[in-house]
Design a protein around this ligand. Structure first.
Ligand code: CP
Ligand code: NVA
Length: 307
């Protein structure tokens, strides 16, 4: 694997390898066992959308592995004045060892990957958020001790986070039920190819509009914002459309009593999730956020160590 653009590009074995390496790295970090496998390596960070978790966890992660990060603000690069991605990617490949990209259209990340000779890591596009899904599944495994046979219920918008979750559930044998308002279901092509993967691993993907039906016996309840970055103008309209798709106490009663409450964050309390669900005993949202650090360190090691 040269890049990490989507979960679909990974094999199940690669996902499992990242999960076990993440556990090892987390343990080492807890015991303050510092080795520096990425000494002398530089991670570039090209972000066209805001970020708290992705940006900080990658930056801290590369430092902990002995390397360094360099933030590449669009406004400071010649790309802001029209230099092409193809040229920029080739030039930066001569200085830097990997780049995390957060951008809008997924094909922009693909264009970087096509022209760069170094790994390109997708730190979120409009269609995918693979680093998030790896941390999510790692968190579920940590809390539940297994993945196969669990039921994850995703509530709300069929967006980038939902797409990567569908793909990772299909690869790891988790059943996923999505409850989305009509017209806001996940991308058909992504679902179709995930169904093929799911068949191989004995899991199911279902897309419903009835939230209560979807949430029955859930082992994990997962939600994300109703309006993603870039959809700010639709926020008001979406408030109405999504109003019944909330992760709250009522929904927790339908799920398994020990269901995990998950959210990729940032959260909008009172919209897709209640404050009560976020802060309640089932919530693992801050462990989930922490695990971004450990799983991304594993991703960097696998992509950058051999360079
Ligand atoms: N979950 C996530 O990717 O958060 P940030 O937007 O803060 O990076
Ligand atoms: N779906 C959200 C995720 C943020 C981490 C967005 O794209 O804004």
């Amino acid at each position: 694997m040269k890049d990490l653009l989507t979960i679909h590009d990974l094999t199940t074995e690669e996902v499992e390898d990242i999960l076990s390496l993440s556990a090892e790295l987390k343990e080492k970090q807890k015991n303050r066992q510092m080795d520096c496998p990425l000494i002398g390596k530089t991670l570039g960070m090209f972000f066209e959308k805001p970020s708290t978790r992705t940006r900080v966890s990658f930056e801290v992660g590369i430092y902990q592995l002995g390397g360094q990060a360099i933030v590449l603000p669009v406004s400071d690069l010649q790309i802001g004045r029209g230099e092409t991605i193809a040229d920029t990617a080739r030039v930066l490949s001569r200085y830097i060892d990997a780049i995390v990209i957060r951008t809008f259209e997924h094909k922009i990340a693909e264009e970087w990957a096509e022209h760069a000779s170094i790994p390109i890591i997708n730190g979120l596009t409009d269609m995918h958020h693979p680093c998030q899904a790896l941390a999510d599944i790692f968190t579920i495994k940590e809390k539940k001790g297994r993945l196969k046979g669990l039921k994850l219920v995703y509530i709300g918008d069929g967006n980038n986070v939902a797409h990567s979750l569908i793909e990772i559930c299909a690869k790891t044998g988790i059943d996923i039920s999505l409850a989305c308002p009509k017209g806001y279901e996940p991308d058909k092509k992504i679902v179709k190819s995930a169904i093929e993967d799911a068949k191989k691993h004995g899991s199911r993907i279902e897309i419903l509009s009835n939230l209560q039906k979807a949430a029955k016996d859930a082992d994990v309840l997962y939600t994300d914002v109703w309006a993603s970055m870039g959809q700010e103008k639709e926020h008001k309209k979406r408030l109405k459309i999504f109003k019944d798709y909330q992760l709250n106490k009522k929904l927790l009663k339908i799920a398994s009593p020990d269901a995990l409450v998950m959210h990729c964050l940032p959260a909008h309390r009172g919209e897709e999730i209640t404050g009560e669900a976020m802060e309640g005993p089932n919530s693992v949202v801050f462990d989930q956020a922490e695990n971004r650090l450990h799983t991304q360190k594993a991703v960097m090691l696998r992509l950058m160590a051999a360079l």
